[in-house]
Design a protein around this ligand. Structure first.
Ligand code: NAG
Ligand code: NAG
Ligand code: NAG
Ligand code: NAG
Ligand code: NAG
Ligand code: NAG
Ligand code: NAG
Ligand code: NAG
Ligand code: NAG
Ligand code: NAG
Ligand code: NAG
Length: 751
């Protein structure tokens, strides 16, 4: 509905569209975005509010006048999306995870011969998983945040999670409740592990305690982040008091209902079994009000939507439906006591991961005691492979969001299910009784595979299922953005989209983990399904290999492609995948030699190509700034204020997360990466140790001992985690070598 109030001259051509003079929309944030990313054209865009429901934009051209491209919108988010539609569609420029290329917009702006419009098909476009704040953004500066927030705004995200700096207010709440500094600090986890502390999975530090410096710095960062989110038309989903408390709270409140949570992922109980203050205890509401009041004072009243997960990989104290009803009604009441308009958002992962516990009766009881269906938002966290909305009658009427999980632990394999992420949301939205009101991204880590995230966010603005071949073609054009793009580049992606990005198997749907990143072993590495699949669901020789050849042919035809950051990225990534997949063949060969040969020399000989390949892989990754371990480490150390012992602490946290994940390898290799430096300094050492071990068995005649192998590997991890990057020989901070030269050598050798 558009009300008739004031009609601008150029919009007369668009019947029904009216500029609203007295709109409350603050469009400064979109102007600032244009100025930030396209300074030379800052004056060429105008943004105007129009009345209307939902998120709609209209893009028009005033015919060469200054402020020439006008985006009219019903919301700030729609204006940003309208700008994006113009920049990508007409301007052929985009902003990627690899950086912004919006400033390459031609100096003469491409005209808009016919005004065009767009509307979001859902109220919410959501971004982040609680753990993305560990796996991806843990150590980010505001510059990196700023780039991602612009990426998100342009794509139309309006509901991002905002967990950074949570601990500042939590600490104040605990202090007010009478806890001492020590009682609080022994509860908090280290920088790279805070998401799991917030989830109540983990407590305490692996390395001496979370410094207050970190807490304070993150709080300042959060103030910048949420301010920017609001400017960009997003409603931050803010933290709340969850109920997870330091153990010492029980001694201060002997009568409080505090239960011990379950053990998580094999951690010893000092690090897990987190104390949970039952929501029906009056103290819960007291702490909730304290938390939310302080948060409002810190950030302003910028959001009524709160993230609150009590049972993520953490089963309730009781399965009685009356108990579950009680927990929810009291949790919700506490939120409403603190903020009368509070909406409770939760990740729906538990309903899949603990589906044996979460029967439909229990889910109905747990969700049902919040009466207002719009007062809760459930993230159907893994909609592309393991949707739960369809077994729960649309979460028994609660508002829910169709989410793509796709990635565990920031693992880097190429993988996707383009069919499902385009048709899935449309089917769900149109299904009878649908209470789906959003589309979102809940990847654990953002690493590569940008197309699978892009396409879902674009689907959120199209009521019909996107045509995949057409979409891929447009995407490749935008991504490489050169005139006369060689057809081979399109052919490469067309091939990948029909194979690597068409994985239909729900039981192995996630970024493929390469076995080279796993602790070496004689068994259990190859063809894993589930959470971190190692099963490669396509034939490398007929997919990755020809795609890579086509990419290189494109580069030969149009050498300017070699300067396009996204093209360089993709070349490295596809070559990386080739080597990762070839490693499986070499490993199988090593095993069969071990099985059939009695000689230790034969084993060493069969082992040497594995090491050789890892060195080549490291050389390849070293050529691109997006594949460096040193970035992760230097991001961590940038917070050290030049304090050497603090820098060491930060580096340990960064190293441990991507390797042992826990002091003793509790979730070993969960967040493994193919990064230059990690491959050469860590995976090489593990595989060399393994090969030498196998060879030594042939000499001594001793039997293979898998626990001995595991403990050797954990020891290597502990030693590696304690090191400092840059101290070892050849430990580089910067890019080294030329991608295309290195790729040529790799092809000669491995094809
Ligand atoms: C959007 O464009 C369609 C035709 O392409 C037109 O029917 C519709 O009225 C337009 N909507 C707005 C809000 O301009
Ligand atoms: C705890 O409850 C007991 C028995 O009802 C009462 O005597 C005691 O004062 C309470 N203690 C606190 C700290 O409230
Ligand atoms: C921790 O939780 C597990 C169940 O998940 C339980 O068996 C164990 O007793 C708990 N330990 C403590 C110290 O509470
Ligand atoms: C936020 O809203 C609360 C009421 O919910 C009010 O008491 C408070 O003053 C507001 N704070 C700010 C900073 O506007
Ligand atoms: C929740 O359980 C507590 C403790 O058993 C009880 O006192 C309270 O009345 C219950 N509240 C509701 C709303 O059922
Ligand atoms: C829900 O949808 C998924 C994916 O399409 C399917 O595998 C599953 O069987 C469905 N569940 C129910 C209960 O219909
Ligand atoms: C892994 O699976 C593929 C096909 O899915 C099969 O060809 C191969 O033999 C399997 N390898 C092992 C070691 O099981
Ligand atoms: C793939 O190609 C490699 C190298 O040419 C060859 O060794 C291997 O057997 C091929 N694999 C399959 C499954 O065809
Ligand atoms: C090696 O032998 C084991 C057991 O004897 C067998 O399970 C395994 O498949 C063999 N591996 C290869 C690669 O031949
Ligand atoms: C340096 O950091 C350590 C550990 O975080 C801290 O204990 C110490 O006080 C800091 N030193 C200075 C001078 O700030
Ligand atoms: C295997 O190794 C473990 C750990 O090193 C050791 O405790 C165990 O005795 C070994 N088993 C055999 C059969 O040698």
């Amino acid at each position: 509905m558009f009300s008739m109030r004031w009609i601008s001259v150029f919009l007369l051509t668009l019947p029904g569209i009216v500029i609203s003079k007295d709109s409350e929309l603050k469009l400064d944030g979109v102007y600032a975005l244009a100025k930030r990313r396209i300074p030379s054209h800052a004056k060429d865009f105008s943004f105007e509010a129009i009345d209307g429901e939902g998120d709609t934009f209209v893009v028009a051209d005033s015919g060469g006048k200054s402020g020439g491209i006008t985006v009219s919108c019903t919301s700030v988010s729609a204006c940003a999306r309208g700008l994006y539609a113009y920049l990508t569609g007409h301007g052929k420029v985009n902003i990627w995870w690899t950086g912004s290329r919006l400033d390459e917009l031609p100096s003469r702006l491409p005209p808009v011969p016919t005004p065009f419009n767009g509307s979001a098909i859902v109220q919410y476009r959501y971004h982040f998983n609680t753990v993305t704040f560990g796996y991806t953004t843990a150590f980010w500066s505001f510059d990196k945040w700023s780039l991602l927030l612009d990426w998100m705004a342009l794509r139309g995200i309006n509901l991002p999670l905002a967990w950074v700096g949570y601990e500042t207010i939590l600490i104040q709440v605990f202090k007010e409740a009478g806890l001492s500094d020590t009682e609080i600090s022994t509860f908090l986890s280290d920088p790279a592990f805070l998401p799991w502390n917030r989830f109540g999975n983990l407590q305490g530090s692996f390395d001496g305690g979370l410094p207050m410096q970190w807490v304070n710095d993150q709080f300042s960062l959060q103030k910048q982040i949420v301010k920017r989110m609001v400017e960009l038309g997003m409603t931050p989903v803010l933290p709340s008091f969850t109920g997870f408390v330091p153990r010492a709270l029980a001694s201060h409140y002997p009568n409080a209902s505090i239960v011990s949570g379950s053990q998580w992922s094999g951690f010893p109980s000092t690090f897990t079994n987190v104390s949970f203050l039952e929501p029906f205890d009056p103290l819960f509401t007291t702490l909730q009000k304290s938390f939310i009041t302080k948060q409002q004072a810190a950030y302003g009243n910028i959001s009524h939507i709160y993230t609150l997960d009590q049972y993520n990989e953490n089963n309730p104290f009781s399965g009685d439906t009356s108990y579950l009803r009680n927990v929810t009604s009291n949790t919700f009441a506490s939120l409403r006591a603190a903020d009368p308009e509070a909406v409770w958002l939760m990740q729906g992962w538990l309903f899949f991961s603990s589906s044996a516990f979460w029967t439909n009766d229990r889910i109905e009881a747990y969700l049902g005691s919040v009466e207002d269906n719009d007062a809760m938002i459930i993230l159907d966290l893994y909609s592309e492979a393991q949707p739960q909305w369809n077994r729960t009658q649309n979460y028994f009427g609660k508002t829910w969001v169709w989410c793509e999980l796709h990635d565990y632990g920031g693992n880097m394999g190429m993988e996707g299910n383009l069919q499902q992420v385009t048709s899935g949301p449309i089917t769900a939205l149109n299904s009878p009784g649908s209470s789906m009101k959003g589309v979102g991204l809940t990847m654990e880590g953002q690493e590569g595979n940008e197309i699978v995230y892009d396409i879902l966010l674009d689907q959120a603005w199209s009521s019909s299922t996107l045509d995949i071949p057409g979409y891929v073609q447009g995407w490749v054009e935008r991504r490489y953005g050169i005139a006369n793009l060689p057809v081979e580049a399109q052919q490469a992606w067309s091939l990948l989209s029909k194979t690597v990005y068409d994985n239909q198997d729900p039981n192995s749907q996630a970024t493929i983990k390469s076995i080279l990143e796993l602790s070496p072993s004689l068994t259990g590495l190859v063809n894993r399904t589930g959470h971190h699949p190692t099963l490669v669901p396509y034939d490398t020789n007929t997919t990755i290999v020809p795609a890579l050849k086509l990419i290189l042919q494109a580069a030969n035809k149009s050498p300017s492609l070699k300067n396009i950051p996204e093209f360089r990225y993709d070349t490295v990534d596809i070559t990386r995948q080739l080597l990762a997949n070839r490693f499986i063949d070499l490993y199988q060969n090593l095993l069969s030699i071990y099985n059939t040969s009695a000689s230790s020399t034969a084993i060493s000989k069969a082992g040497s190509p594995l090491i050789n390949l890892l060195h080549d892989l490291d050389d390849l990754l070293s050529t691109n700034e997006n594949f460096l371990l040193s970035t992760w480490i230097s991001d961590a150390k940038q917070w050290s204020h030049n304090n050497a012992s603090y820098a060491k602490y930060l580096e340990f946290s960064a190293r441990n997360q991507i390797t042992l994940w826990g002091p003793d390898g509790e979730i070993n290799d969960y967040a493994s990466k193919q990064w230059a430096g990690l491959v050469r300094e860590y995976y090489v050492e593990r595989w060399q140790t393994f090969i030498d071990y196998l060879a030594s068995l042939k000499q001594t005649g001793v039997a293979y001992n898998s626990s001995e192998v595991s403990s050797m590997m954990i020891q290597i991890g502990k030693t590696w985690d304690a090191k400092s990057w840059g101290e070892g020989k050849g430990e580089n901070w910067n890019v080294k070598g030329d991608t295309f030269e290195v790729v040529d050598k790799i092809l000669d050798k491995w094809l």
